[in-house]
Design a protein around this ligand. Sequence first.
Ligand SMILES: Cc1cc2nc3c(=O)[nH]c(=O)nc-3n(C[C@H](O)[C@H](O)[C@H](O)COP(=O)(O)OP(=O)(O)OC[C@H]3O[C@@H](n4cnc5c(N)ncnc54)[C@H](O)[C@@H]3O)c2cc1C
Length: 235
Amino acid sequence: MATNGHTTKSESASQALEYFRKLLPPSEIFTKGQPEFKEQSQPWSNYAELNPDVVVQPTTLESMQKVVKYLYDSTDLDFAVRNTGTGSVSAHDVILSTHGFKSFHFDKRTETVTIGSGFDWGEIDILMEKEAPGYAVVSARCSWVGVTGSALVGGLSWLSHEFGLISDPQNLLDMQVILGDGRILWASEEPDLMWVSSAYLHTVCLDLRFTVSDLELIMFSLITGAPRRWRELRR
Ligand SMILES: Cc1cc2nc3c(=O)[nH]c(=O)nc-3n(C[C@H](O)[C@H](O)[C@H](O)COP(=O)(O)OP(=O)(O)OC[C@H]3O[C@@H](n4cnc5c(N)ncnc54)[C@H](O)[C@@H]3O)c2cc1C
């Protein structure tokens, strides 16, 4: 029912679902009860669960652009961009999943990789081994962590002692983003955009470009410690 010229929140959510159904194929929309829904909406911490109504997972630049513009332009829908959920992201209405964006390109000449925002770092490790043997990218320590979320918070890698954080400018070279108004651009085209992206303000990251390093340059060591009680139990 319309109130004061605005629609109520529940109306907005159902209208949004109608809009998504017109725009996207059924394979890119998940609602409660579908096995993919839980997988694509569950936050790492159950305390952060906000019980969204729908997950949308556009797979083309054009449909992602339309969804982003619609979500920003529509009424008071609460939505969140999500990759793996490791950062415990959730929303009351709509989850915008980036899992449809899984392109990978290694450029040997420039020693860079361009990675879609739907990957976790474990998937990138496998692709690097296959497509860029001998090279490494500064990634997260835990393989299930998402590429973009970790880059947006800084990102700590097993290589960080020597090469810095994932988001350091020598590692993260550029990001392709969709702005709230639907414009698509590379952060390098607008000097402040890398900083804005880092603060998650009105941007959805699509592709990220990273430096890769020759593995021969890397010295790597790991020291582990275990509590005495645990060691006793292991005897
Ligand atoms: C068990 C555990 C282990 C971890 N290990 C590491 C580690 O080894 N190294 C490390 O650096 N960090 C680690 N982290 C922290 C991790 O980097 C953050 O939790 C990060 O936010 C996860 O990002 P995600 O995309 O996987 O998660 P999500 O919950 O999907 O997203 C996290 C945030 O990023 C935003 N976001 C995600 N994708 C996009 C996008 N395409 N465009 C715009 N915004 C986006 C989301 O809106 C949300 O605000 C760990 C966390 C946990 C819980």
